[in-house]
Design a protein around this ligand. Structure first.
Ligand code: ADE
Length: 229
């Protein structure tokens, strides 16, 4: 899977995400990451990419042409999704990450200042995604969140079993995990995890997941109870 990020801060993306599992996925050619500097596509002699909003108001708006030209330079296949990261977008989720992980190629558009000229959004954007109900200074961190969550669901990046039972799969939060030693600061690992009875362990973990979800995310528990499990 190939991610192209259209941004004013390409190094933020390239330095920020190229670590750990993502770096290994890049090294193993499971994903590819390119960051295109929108400023390189400005026709202005000062490389300006923003301007005052028509109609007045505070702040500057990113102009349509440099973004459109940066997009065209990618020369992607027709139908390639273009995701604009914006607080106005659909809330990002594990479900959306699974959906995006199936794409061959994805373009991520990062905004700055007071937003982007609506006409280029209307022209090229297929999806608008928010990573939460707060406003960031730009779309780059949101793009990195999306790349990280999506990459770990791309085939062969991590073992499928590792993602099957984690939080948000099946609308439940993940059960607590323990590793050696069996006693830490007088706190013992739950005995059921030591007895090797896999059916009992599974039952215990499901109970723990349901308890945690009930306490912390009752909204998810409703979804869990209303779907086939
Ligand atoms: N850009 C600024 N804030 C954002 C958010 N919450 N999600 C996605 N992109 C953003």
């Amino acid at each position: 899977m190939k991610f192209h990020v259209l941004t004013l801060f390409p190094n933020m993306i390239l330095d920020g995400i190229n670590h750990s599992i993502i770096a290994r996925a890049i090294a193993n050619n499971l994903i590819d990451l390119s960051a295109v500097n929108i400023r390189d596509f400005s026709s202005n002699k000062h490389n300006k990419v923003d301007d005052y909003p028509y109609g007045g108001g505070v702040g500057l708006v990113m102009a349509a042409a440099p973004i459109y030209n940066a997009y065209k330079s990618l020369n992607v296949k027709k139908g390639t999704k273009v995701v604009y990261l914006t607080p106005k977008g659909e809330l990002f989720s594990q479900k959306k990450a699974r959906e995006l992980a199936k794409e061959e190629e994805l373009i991520l558009l990062c905004g700055h200042y007071e937003g982007i000229d609506q006409r280029v959004i209307d022209e090229i954007v297929t999806d608008e995604i928010s990573i939460g109900d707060y406003v960031l200074t730009g779309g780059e961190l949101a793009a990195m969140v999306l790349i990280d969550a999506t990459t770990r669901l791309v085939e062969n990046v991590i073992k499928e079993e590792a993602t099957a039972n984690e939080s948000f799969e099946n609308n439940l939060l993940e059960y607590p995990q323990y590793t050696r030693p069996a006693v830490f600061m007088n706190r013992e690992v739950p005995a059921v995890l030591l007895n090797g009875n896999h059916a009992e362990i599974e039952k215990f973990r499901l109970e723990q997941s349901i308890k945690l979800t009930k306490e912390r995310r009752p909204d998810l528990l409703n979804l869990y109870e209303n779907c086939d499990n």
